[in-house]
Design a protein around this ligand. Structure first.
Ligand SMILES: [Zn+2]
Length: 167
């Protein structure tokens, strides 16, 4: 290997390690993570589209679902918090995350009950409980009754809806 080629490959190695270490995606409209009271925010579809990448827009604003085992966080076992990617509200804690084997981040409960709101969802020929961010109304995922103790609930959440904050 020539010196020049070696230098080039080193540069690409560092470039790769930087991107794989991963800067977290940006919160679209950053707000307080732990507000005393939740004040709803609303933005137009155009505003959301301008600040979210395609997959995050599809999930948060169009009720899309990412492919299993494809998201950033299904296999994240680090200690920290998961914020809403739309508005920065703290939604879930790593302490409540468990390995469901589904390929989506799974939690037994939200940070606080008022951080999410639940809606009946009858799309795709199923009756499910949809879960949305209580502040920006972004679609997060669904809640099922087959989780582990203490709640026996499984909040099955798209990684694309979240931003992880280590600590
Ligand atoms: Zn939100």
């Amino acid at each position: 290997m020539t010196r020049r080629a070696f230098t080039a490959s080193l540069a690409s190695l560092f470039a790769c390690s930087r991107s794989s270490a991963g800067t977290e995606p940006a919160v679209a409209f950053p707000g307080e993570a732990d507000p005393a009271a939740i004040v709803k925010v609303a933005h137009t579809a155009e505003e959301w589209r301008a600040r979210l990448d395609g997959e995050a827009f599809d999930v948060l604003r169009e009720q899309g679902t990412e492919w299993a085992f494809s998201g950033r966080y299904w296999n994240n076992h680090d200690k920290g918090r998961f914020l809403c990617r739309g508005c920065g509200l703290a939604l879930y804690e790593s302490a409540d995350k468990f390995d469901s084997g589904t390929g989506w981040p799974s939690f037994t409960r939200p940070t606080k009950p008022d951080r999410v709101r639940e809606l009946r969802d009858v799309s795709h020929g199923m009756v499910r409980v949809e879960v949305r961010c209580a502040r920006c109304d972004g679609h997060l995922g669904h809640v099922f009754d087959d989780g582990p103790p203490p709640t026996l609930q499984r909040h099955c959440i798209n990684s694309a809806s979240l931003v992880f904050l280590a600590g």
